[in-house]
Design a binder for this molecule. Structure first.
Ligand SMILES: [Zn+2]
Length: 68
């Protein structure tokens, strides 16, 4: 079971308000995530507890694979 005391709240996907991410307290930084509903890329900023639509980062998968 979720212990709600451990969570800071939800961030809602800007493209699909029914989709949301549950954020634990103390989470910082940002991640890019693909919307499970429409497949758009969304940047989640956990410092501000906001999310923004973003363009897919072309070549990102290849670049990070090459660096590993
Ligand atoms: Zn969506």
């Amino acid at each position: 079971m979720l212990d709600l005391e451990e969570y800071a709240g939800f961030i809602i996907y800007p493209c699909c308000p029914k989709e949301k991410v549950l954020v634990k307290k103390g989470t910082t930084g940002a991640t890019s995530q693909k919307c499970p509903h429409c497949g758009k890329y969304v940047l989640f900023d956990y410092n501000r507890m906001e999310a923004f639509l973003m363009k897919p980062l072309r070549g990102a998968a290849k670049r990070f694979a090459d660096n590993s």
